[in-house]
Design a binder for this molecule. Structure first.
Ligand SMILES: [Zn+2]
Length: 400
């Protein structure tokens, strides 16, 4: 956490900055409630610290640090100018999230209605909506929004949430105070996440924090392997039409699918490829490794691997097949088994002098080492021979 001065059109405003100081990192901006009391001025700090731990950058201005920007005094127009100026100073076009508590919540709603591209999401804790219009509320209902409130809030009673809930199409009525349970209740309704606690008064209570952190933190990048599978032509196996099924199978084959069933599919390693006949048995479902196989996957995997590797021996005439399955973070943590044909009379280029050298041929090819890349036509020929062996009714047999 470091101190920061926002150079606003109304003069300097003190702020605290949490997390990495880089304009490349997603920024969250938190706007306080109206009171100058320290517990209100610092009320966003616990959330800011937790987001900092997730490598998210958070800026919390203290609008009471300048007479002209004090909550309750500053006009909406000046507030908007101040926020836009802060974004320019912080070199950010769009906030990951704009957060407002009470007075700050009302200001954030009005700001985002006017400047919808300034933030991708909006977090409101017991916002004071006295000065916001129905039009503003329906404008922000186009935005991913989190709304949190305590049933016993005496400063801004929870009934004030109704226009916002209605703007998001939330039916309301079902949510009634419970029996002073400490656990928050969370309802997802389209773009709205609606969190309530029985007891919390007009505060950002610690019980909110885990849900707030989870909601703000961006989803991890999608798995590369899942994206690769999703990009294949559609699989029409579930359709009854034989013509459609055949057309789909042909389209998937031309996209590199050599064989598949409901759980697995097999493809030859794409260029750069270091080993002719390097096949990958890829799970259709996303999971990291055998410890998270479903019962069906666990049951069928051994038989599938046996069939695939027998076909690889048959197609290549290799002496044996080496198998490795890592599910590394680099691949998206998606299970796939590498099947490598090994020839005793054609040992791999030595890298470590161990049997692992067969796998390291891929590293040499990826690094562009001269002569390391396998011949593409040869890879295609072996892939076709393997496909034939898998589909040939005479072999490879599923025999003991
Ligand atoms: Zn995946």
């Amino acid at each position: 956490m470091t101190s920061l001065t926002l150079d606003t059109h109304l003069g300097a405003v003190d702020a605290l900055e949490f997390g990495p100081r880089s304009s490349q990192i997603d920024l969250v901006l938190c706007i306080q409630g109206k009171s100058p009391n320290t517990d209100v001025v610092t009320e966003w700090h616990p959330l800011a610290r937790l987001l900092q731990d997730k490598s998210i950058r958070v800026v919390v201005p203290n609008l009471h640090s300048n007479e002209r920007t004090r909550p309750g005094t500053i006009s909406q127009e000046d507030f908007d100018r101040l926020v836009l100026g802060a974004l320019t100073q912080l070199k950010v076009k769009t906030l990951l999230c704009l957060c407002g508590k009470s007075w700050g919540g009302g200001r954030c709603v009005a700001f985002l209605a006017e400047h919808p591209t300034a933030a991708t999401s909006l977090m409101l804790i017991a916002p004071s909506l006295k000065e916001t219009t129905a039009g503003m509320v329906s404008d922000v209902a186009q935005k991913r929004t989190l709304l949190a409130w305590a049933w016993d809030d005496t400063v801004v009673p929870i009934a004030a949430a109704q226009p916002l809930l209605e703007a998001f199409g939330h039916p309301g009525g079902d949510d009634v105070p419970g029996t002073a349970s400490a656990a928050p209740s969370t309802v997802e309704h389209g773009l709205l996440t609606w969190i309530t606690v029985d007891v919390g008064d007009h505060r950002i209570v610690p019980e909110y924090l885990p849900a707030l952190v989870k909601w703000v933190t961006p989803a991890p990048p999608p798995c590369k392997m899942c994206a690769k599978l999703a990009a294949l032509p559609a699989d029409c196996a579930s359709l009854g039409d034989a013509g459609l099924q055949a057309a789909a199978a042909a389209a998937r084959a031309s996209a590199g699918v050599l064989w598949e069933d409901s759980f697995w599919l097999v493809m030859h390693k794409r260029p750069p490829c270091g080993v002719v006949g390097h096949l990958q048995l890829i799970s259709k479902r996303h999971f990291q490794g055998p410890s998270t196989f479903s019962n069906a996957e666990a049951t069928i995997f051994g038989v599938t691997l046996r069939r695939c590797e027998r076909a690889l021996e048959q197609a290549t005439g290799c002496d044996r097949v080496y198998t490795a399955a890592l599910g590394s973070p680099k691949s998206g943590g998606h299970f796939h088994a590498h099947m490598m044909p090994v020839f005793d009379d054609k040992p791999p280029e030595e890298v470590t002098g161990t049997p692992f050298d067969i796998f390291l041929q891929e590293k040499l090819a990826a690094d562009g080492v001269e002569g390391a890349a396998a011949d593409e036509a040869e890879c295609a020929r072996v892939a076709e021979a393997w496909r034939f062996a898998m589909h040939d009714p005479r072999g490879p047999p599923n025999l003991p």
